[in-house]
Design a protein around this ligand. Structure first.
Ligand SMILES: NC(=O)c1ccc[n+]([C@@H]2O[C@H](COP(=O)([O-])OP(=O)(O)OC[C@H]3O[C@@H](n4cnc5c(N)ncnc54)[C@H](OP(=O)(O)O)[C@@H]3O)[C@@H](O)[C@H]2O)c1
Length: 202
């Protein structure tokens, strides 16, 4: 593993692992949707969901459709053209890295006992989940929660083993030097970065 790969793995991979394996308890054959699948945590989530045998739908912008397929996504959705909460499809597990839908829209996209976990996104969505998540669970059986990620060594060791076995790879789109940080942030802000960008400090 290079230093760049080592830097690109921890946050995204641990978010994805805890979302898929620990909280999501993903099972083979389940339908999983990852919103924000072309970014840092999303690229790991797609690979882990496939590793656990799920059928994966990745959601991200127009420029990342082929990229999500190359990671293993079975279906892809362009969020600029289609709203995954309005297309009539339902998923057993949704990992939302760019949460901005209402809790009712998220509920609609879940199968009867499905689970939705918000990792990052709008404050409004997070508040709605905190206020209404438990009530939705009681009234419908659908689980809508915020995923509070807990970084830990055990998960990093597990991820490293998957990396060594060739089961997951960190995707590094571009590498920049320290003096190129403004350009790196511009690239990230334009929404074009696939997976991670890395700053190399020599
Ligand atoms: N819950 C926790 O404990 C915890 C811990 C650490 C981090 N976090 C949060 O987790 C998130 C980490 O995300 P990351 O590192 O994977 O970010 P990232 O690399 O920026 O990826 C986010 C992806 O989501 C896409 N996206 C943006 N708006 C979208 C939309 N409306 N629908 C679908 N996709 C959309 C982005 O595409 P574009 O390029 O088009 O914008 C990008 O590909 C951050 O919000 C961070 O604050 C949470």
């Amino acid at each position: 593993m290079t230093f760049e790969e080592a830097a690109a793995i921890p946050q995204g991979a641990v978010i994805a692992l805890q979302g898929m394996r620990d909280k999501g308890q993903v099972q083979p054959g389940q339908k999983v949707l990852i919103n924000g699948a072309g970014g840092s945590a999303g690229t790991f989530a797609v690979q882990l969901a496939k590793y656990y045998g799920a059928e994966v739908t990745g959601v991200d912008n127009t420029g990342k459709q082929d990229f999500m397929r190359s990671l293993g996504a079975d279906q892809v959705i362009d969020y600029t053209r289609e709203d995954f909460t309005k297309n009539g499809k339902q998923y057993d597990l949704i990992l939302d890295i760019a949460a901005h839908h209402s809790v009712f829209a998220c509920k609609r996209a879940l199968t009867p006992n499905g689970s939705y976990f918000a990792v990052g996104g709008s404050v409004a969505t997070m508040f709605q989940i905190l206020l209404l998540g438990a009530w939705i669970k009681r009234s419908s059986g659908k689980n809508i929660r915020i995923l509070a990620v807990r970084p830990n060594l055990k998960d990093l060791v597990f991820i490293t083993e998957l990396y060594e076995a060739g089961k997951i790879v960190p995707v590094i789109d571009r590498r920049y030097s320290l003096s190129e940080v403004p350009e790196a942030l511009r690239y990230l802000g334009e929404g074009r970065a696939k997976g991670k960008i890395v700053i190399t400090v020599v």
